[in-house]
Design a protein around this ligand. Sequence first.
Ligand SMILES: Cc1cc2nc3c(=O)[nH]c(=O)nc-3n(C[C@H](O)[C@H](O)[C@H](O)COP(=O)(O)OP(=O)(O)OC[C@H]3O[C@@H](n4cnc5c(N)ncnc54)[C@H](O)[C@@H]3O)c2cc1C
Length: 495
Amino acid sequence: MSRQSASKNDRINIVGTGIFGLSTALHLARRGYKHVTVFYKQPYYITQYSYFNGCDGASADINKIIRSAYGSQTEYQHLSTEAIASWKQWNSDLEHGVDVLEGMSSNDRVFIQCGSLNLTDGDALPDFERATVKNMEEAGHRNTQLVTTEREHQKIATSKGMGSAMDPFLRSNRGKPNVGVLDSTGGFAIADKACCLALHQARNFGARFVLDLIAGAFDSFVTSPNGDTIGITMKDGKQHLAALTIMACGGWTPSLLPQLDSLCEATAGSVFIYKIPRTSKLGDSLSPKQFPTWLWKVRDGVEGGLYGFPRDEEGYLKIGYRGTKYTNPKPQEDGIERSLIKILAQAMQVVRRFVPEYLPELEEEGIDVALTRVCWYTDSFDNHFVIDHVPNKRGLFVTTGRSGHAFKYLPNIGNWIDDAIEGVGSTRPAIQAWKWRRLEGAKGARALANVPLVDTRVTTGRTADDIAFGIKYLKTRDIECTEPMKRIIGLSAAN
Ligand SMILES: Cc1cc2nc3c(=O)[nH]c(=O)nc-3n(C[C@H](O)[C@H](O)[C@H](O)COP(=O)(O)OP(=O)(O)OC[C@H]3O[C@@H](n4cnc5c(N)ncnc54)[C@H](O)[C@@H]3O)c2cc1C
């Protein structure tokens, strides 16, 4: 066990209840750590990880892609395979009524295996997809990566009930190229439900949660005279001393932990949501039974970088843009980015070009973008997680980074994080890749201040709804709205 580690009887603070905080808490509590407390500045028992209820974290979402396809990055392929087994176990537990969360039933699922399609607009499979097919085969996952243009693979897809997922945009019918690979192990997580389930499980194993706008909001570290981190102070002024504090604040982490400066930065992802009416004939063809999750030209820079989902139970059809993820380097006292109320013009442009070409039925039915969201990634400059003790800060650990794809690891990443905390298996390539390191950092070419933005109907981040929720929350608890609280819930001083 590492010199900096905590013992099972020590107090451990975790700040943030996105997937990193949740999974860490779940696995620590499962390993027998008796005093794990997780802090978060929203009452998730009420908001249920729904961004329609004003949740701000990247993990609070309707759905997230799950895939094994990782090109030559076999450490992440392995991690995904492990995660998918756990997602299936969670589904099976739900089905058999094991530890079902209140409000969920044995009909609920948190993972839908509808396949995940990687598409290009070129004539040949890109290197990444070729590497995925090869590496999955070599790892023994034969016939899981199905090339859309190969007749034999089309037959295999049909035998798996995924025939239509090989060409969900009906490209062949339209006489257009349809070149890609269907990862038949993939699909999507029902993100909000999965987070609620993980929180419930962590609590059942004994982790404690302080989910409160004020008492759960991190303010500063408590430091000993020799510089060690010995706890945290929250916005209510209360101190929570602990042998180990784990920072897992997603896009907010770099501003709360400036030591991450050259390693990670918060970047903006643009999300567009269409609403398919219940009466629409597209309801079936866009349902997960027929339509996979998909990624289109996802490594082709600003003019590509789209991904999407089948419609969900409510009819929401989500398309995201990550061709370029912009930064918003406006210094904020509390680390929250509030100036961003518009969606990137470039993202809107790529979606507007893609939809008429690939999903013309939406326009034929007069279905347009219903709402948009800006969601914060925590990108590391070398695209690996940062999971390590903070150097020269005994008692402080961080888990963040490369956050464009971490959701799929909700069930298992905590086990790896706990190994890193304990110093177990530290020679494994993944743990080595996630160690604290110094990188170049990014310059300001992608700063939001330098790129055009467009108005859209609804954006979240700090919306009127969030603010209304914050005010209601304070009122129902009879709490006076002081200036620091106004800043937390996103009110300007004038309100
Ligand atoms: C647009 C977008 C699309 C994505 N799509 C996918 C996908 O399809 N598949 C996939 O696997 N992954 C996907 N990801 C990545 C995935 O969502 C992230 O990797 C993951 O959710 C990050 O979790 P986290 O715990 O680091 O952060 P978060 O989920 O952001 O949680 C951090 C939490 O800390 C809280 N916090 C901040 N400051 C404080 C404070 N002072 N006090 C207390 N709490 C605080 C925040 O409010 C936040 O809720 C996507 C990410 C984005 C942004």
